[in-house]
Write a protein that binds this ligand. Sequence first.
Ligand SMILES: Nc1nc2c(ncn2[C@@H]2O[C@H](COP(=O)(O)OP(=O)(O)O)[C@@H](O)[C@H]2O)c(=O)[nH]1
Ligand SMILES: [Mg+2]
Ligand SMILES: [Zn+2]
Length: 355
Amino acid sequence: MKIKKLGLNPAAQAFTEDESLNEFLLARVSAVHRDRFTIQSSEQSYTAEITGNLRYSVQDSSELPAVGDWVKAIPSGDDSAIILEVLERSSLLKRKAVNKFGESQSIAANLDQAFIIQAVVQDFNLNRLERYLAICNAAPIAATLILSKVDLITKEELQSYIDKVKARHPSLEVFSLSNLDPDSIAQIEQTMQAQKSYCILGSSGVGKSTLINALRADDELKTQSISSSNQKGRHTTTHRELFILGNGAIVIDTPGMREIGITDDTSALEATFESIQEIAQNCKFKDCQHEAEKGCAIQAALDSGELSEELYASYHKLKLEQKHYSTSLHEKRAKDKAQGKLFKAGKAHRKNQKY
Ligand SMILES: Nc1nc2c(ncn2[C@@H]2O[C@H](COP(=O)(O)OP(=O)(O)O)[C@@H](O)[C@H]2O)c(=O)[nH]1
Ligand SMILES: [Mg+2]
Ligand SMILES: [Zn+2]
């Protein structure tokens, strides 16, 4: 297989043009396990570990290899390797780590586009959609909405859902999907381009696995791992979360997420709520908090009905969450720094002691 089929990003492209490729292995992370990774080179897949150096030098778990990352590695056996370095990412989809102070958690790296799925039955929720849009804008990656299980509702009902989305996000592309209808799957697949990387996001039960299984019916790497298992009697159960579709597009499977906490990228929220940003430009004061200030265009738009209360409430909630995350992050950094100083002081102290 040609390496470019794995969807090279600029850093990986530069690596292929570099001589060091002769010595080192260029591979893409196709699965993440507790402390091991599955990586895919142009030749084969490897079970890989990271060097202790890499493990101890990271400040935040999001610096560790994620699915979709390009890595520099060295083979350490027939089908094992050691990851030396994570190459520069062109995007990183992440969320706030659950129950961890000021930390983020990677979802996938080097994506071009996300499909956000919401089922029209029991799952449709614009505020949650906006959370997904915010993490996609922060990555930054393009996002498209798929309304799934449309076989369970009428055309008129479907249109009313689409209208609700469009009222808040006029430029968001919306697909409708019934996994029972191959045409609707084909319509989504047709928009996916060769060598571009896609992920599918959404709550549990919305039809992600069913869609991915339909898409990966012709997964190119599947035949590759079967043939290498025939040759060497291994690789039989290689777990992967990265697939190459028949049309050459790359799909990265992500685990279902209960919480989609946002992190500290303020421009991502502004991009998600474009209409609010446009209105806010007319506020009299640049640093207007849109509370009780004179000449606040947001308050005026809310009063006139030009800006929907629901949309503004959704924005406001995410904004507060983002501020909270930023505060935690600063506190964590200050704490880490203080601990680092303490550690250094301890070391100096021990060095000065005779025994
Ligand atoms: N009616 C209907 N059911 C679906 C559709 N897609 C998936 N399902 C069902 O919804 C359930 C959850 O699907 P699954 O793909 O596992 O969802 P995931 O948790 O998002 O991966 C299963 O029982 C599927 O058979 C659809 O388009 N229409
Ligand atoms: Mg699933
Ligand atoms: Zn204002």
